[in-house]
Design a protein around this ligand. Structure first.
Ligand SMILES: [Zn+2]
Length: 465
């Protein structure tokens, strides 16, 4: 039924252009590898609703002339498909803290809490369990490393926002930490003035703050934080030489982390999070969401390349929840304008976050804003669109019946949607289950609908029996 991963990956590498398709005979002759995985790579595209995969595929075909790896995996024999369900203990719609806790501690908790249950009881994170078993945890994220999804795998906090409290807790629980959030480790920026970076250094971590230093790092224990807050959106990084020099891509961070784990002999769990897909969904920012999803997909491709000659690593890819459920709507008579409208996404040059920061600084009048918008988006806003957005930013009441969208990000998302055909259900997380894709030894444990609080046991059973 299944093919060996060695052949899968060799086929992927030799077929080129992201294709993983295999000749039928190769499929037929190879049986499932019954081995336990020595390591697990858990890739999380945070807040990735279903509509993002086909839109990213289309954008990638348009701007890079090749498809995406995750889309190819969906039709690849030997790859297991399922859905991850997503509720928390107190809501049909989870936040990232409760979702990460469910995966890590095996228990659903109220939203906002990291490895702390409804009664205030501390739960053991999967990172702590791994250490007891002599295994290693790595956390790679485009968010602050103290943000909910990485934090849930190694720390406890009754309040996810207390990131100064979370920062010191990764010490000796996670072997590799790569991402943003330097401010929470920096004596000058922490509330308590504590130098958390030096605590990590004393414990043997190689600490660095730039892409070059990461690429030249020698140690096995790494703390690399490249930005005070979340790492910049890929869309903004693509247009900034300074950001490219300072901040590595998710694929580069993933490679550095995975190579270290592959070259040691201990069992490991490596979480790789494309975090800003979620933030772009909250911002109804279609350009940023698809560019960050492409960067996430590059990380998936990098992982597959690094595992080409191996059959002992399980790869699981999913999301913790949907968010604002973006989708491409058909436009024009018989939807004939759809492609033309969608293709405008390739011309978006600035994240909504960066645009709002600029608007706050410049406070432009309508005509000046129309010029800014033309430059940022590559198409002309209608004057009424510009006016309603500027009104909303300055707190004036606008006609917008959807409460979810009655705010500047919601309104900007709808205006860009008018020109690109993209629509959003709101600006918040949704209850939808998320795509789940797995391959490698033990992948069959991730078929069908998987409860988010069942993941911990499955990972630990696979690694340690
Ligand atoms: Zn999330």
């Amino acid at each position: 039924m299944k093919i060996s991963r060695r052949h899968l990956f060799q086929a992927g590498l030799t077929a080129g252009a992201g294709s993983l398709l295999l000749p039928g005979s190769a499929r037929a002759e190879k049986a499932t590898n019954p081995k336990r995985p020595r390591g697990i790579v858990f890739l999380v595209s945070d807040g990735m609703s279903q509509g993002i995969l086909p839109m990213t595929e289309a954008l990638s075909q348009q701007v890079r002339g090749k498809g995406t790896t995750w889309w190819n995996l969906l039709s690849e024999s030997g790859v297991v498909h399922g859905l991850m369900d997503t509720p928390s203990s107190n809501s049909l719609v989870t936040d990232s803290a409760a979702a990460s806790t469910a995966w890590s501690a095996g228990k659903r908790v109220p939203n906002g809490q990291i490895c702390v249950d409804a009664n205030g009881k501390t739960l053991e994170s999967i990172g702590e369990t791994l250490v007891k078993q002599g295994a290693k945890l790595g956390l790679v994220s485009t968010a602050r490393i103290t943000h909910a999804t990485p934090a849930g795998f190694a720390t406890q906090s009754p309040n996810r926002d207390d990131e100064d409290f979370i920062a010191p807790q990764f010490l000796n629980r996670a072997e590799i930490l790569l991402g943003g959030g330097a401010a929470h480790f920096d004596a000058k920026k922490r509330q308590d003035g504590k130098d958390v970076f030096s605590d990590y250094e004393k414990a043997g971590y190689e600490v660095f703050r730039s892409r070059d230093e990461m690429l030249n790092a020698k140690s096995g224990k790494l703390l690399g934080l490249f930005w005070d807050g979340h790492l910049p959106y890929t869309l903004d990084r693509n247009h900034s030489k300074a950001m490219q020099k300072k901040v590595p891509t998710l694929a580069e961070m993933s490679e550095v982390a995975l190579q270290r784990f592959l070259s040691s002999s201990e069992p490991f769990l490596l979480q790789i999070e494309g975090a800003r897909i979620d933030h772009a969904a909250h911002a109804n920012d279609v350009g940023s969401i698809l560019r960050d999803q492409m960067a996430f997909d590059d990380a998936v491709a990098k992982v597959i390349t690094l595992l080409a000659e191996r059959d002992d690593i399980l790869v699981v890819m999913t999301s913790d929840h949907g968010n604002a459920n973006p989708a491409l709507n058909g436009t024009g008579v018989r939807y004939r304008k759809t492609n033309e409208h969608f293709e405008r996404i390739a011309g978006l040059k600035v994240s909504h976050e960066a645009l709002f920061a600029e608007l706050k600084k410049k406070k432009p009048a309508t005509q000046d804003f129309l010029k800014m918008a033309r430059e940022a988006f590559g198409f002309d806003f209608r004057t009424e669109e510009a006016e309603v957005l500027l009104d909303s930013i300055s707190g004036r009441e606008v006609l917008e019946w959807s409460h979810q969208h009655n705010n500047p990000p919601g309104i900007l998302g709808q205006i860009v949607g008018n020109h690109t055909g993209t629509g959003w259900t709101g600006v918040s997380h949704t209850a939808d289950p998320t795509q789940l894709t797995a391959f490698g030894p033990g992948a069959e444990n991730f078929a069908g609908l998987v409860k988010n609080d069942a993941v911990r046991d499955r990972f630990l059973n696979l690694l340690f029996g």
